[in-house]
Design a protein around this ligand. Structure first.
Ligand SMILES: NC(=O)c1ccc[n+]([C@@H]2O[C@H](COP(=O)([O-])OP(=O)(O)OC[C@H]3O[C@@H](n4cnc5c(N)ncnc54)[C@H](OP(=O)(O)O)[C@@H]3O)[C@@H](O)[C@H]2O)c1
Length: 250
């Protein structure tokens, strides 16, 4: 497996799943641009991975701000010449509570961050992929988008939308050489899900429902992203890969 001479852009690459994907891509030779809101944590990832065969390039960019996204994509295209792989990873889980208690503010914020950022990023990057008649887009969704969870309406709804965006883009972009797939992680041990895995009771309850009895690791998601990004997945598009320890089986 090699991504030598490939340029990847990963949103939310400073920690968790995005970081693990960035490191997996850089390990096999890619130039990986990672973005996030805090430059220092992005720079730390680049520093920690200086000895990789590829390289990690930090760019500060908030994916809810269109001008920053435009500027980032323009910079990458100017400096690297192309973007071969886009991973739409950054998202938030802003409110977990009863559906009837949700406010319009939380609704708008979650839609803006989880759905609109994927739409904008794809609109900015996919045209140049189509020009090169090659590209792979990987959208990180969640199993919550496949099956509703109690008190998680906004997260479930926005992740379901990402899965349908994945299939819709896949259909339209395949004739132009661009593949679009999604990964739906279950519980993965990151900052976002720490309220679950740090809570002994919730963790035990979760693992009792999950056939593979360990908490998923970011690297286990990165392996699937690596497979989808490379040439070996050349006949795969529009698919959703649940990386969930079998949670969706139960
Ligand atoms: N962890 C899980 O159990 C789990 C389960 C299912 C799906 N997922 C999905 O996996 C993806 C990654 O989750 P994670 O658990 O790795 O999250 P995480 O540990 O909270 O990391 C989120 C990353 O996104 C960046 N980010 C946040 N807001 C941003 C913004 N407005 N603009 C740019 N970057 C931003 C963060 O950096 P800054 O804070 O510096 O901006 C960070 O690098 C998400 O799509 C999530 O829905 C996670």
């Amino acid at each position: 497996m090699t991504l030598k001479d490939k340029v990847a852009l990963i949103t939310g690459g400073s920690r968790g799943i995005g970081r693990a994907i960035a490191e997996a891509f850089a390990r096999v030779g890619a130039t990986v641009v990672i973005c996030g809101r805090k430059l220092y944590s992005l720079e730390q990832v680049a520093l920690d991975n200086e000895r990789m065969s590829g390289s990690i390039v930090p760019i500060q960019c908030n994916v809810t701000r269109l001008e920053e996204m435009e500027c980032m994509v323009e910079t990458i295209l100017q400096e690297q010449g192309r973007i071969d792989i886009l991973v739409n990873n950054a998202a938030l889980n802003v409110f977990s509570g009863s559906a009837l208690e949700l406010g319009e503010g939380e609704f708008d914020r979650t839609v803006e961050m989880n759905i609109k950022s994927v739409f904008r990023m794809t609109r900015l990057v996919a045209p140049s992929m189509c020009d090169h008649r090659a590209g792979a887009i990987i959208n990180i969704a969640a199993t919550a988008g496949l099956r509703p969870e109690p008190c998680n309406l906004l997260y479930s709804m926005t992740n379901a939308a990402i899965l349908m965006m994945t299939r819709s883009y896949a259909l339209e972009l395949a004739p132009h050489g661009v593949r679009v797939n999604a990964i739906a992680p279950g519980l993965i041990q990151t900052e976002m899900s720490s309220h679950v895995w740090k809570d002994e009771y919730r963790l035990r309850e979760h693992l009792a429902r999950q056939p593979v009895r360990h908490v998923g690791q970011p690297e286990e998601v990165a392996e699937i992203a690596l497979m989808l990004a490379g040439e070996r997945a050349s006949f795969v598009t529009g698919q959703t890969f649940a990386v969930d320890g079998g949670l969706m089986l139960t």
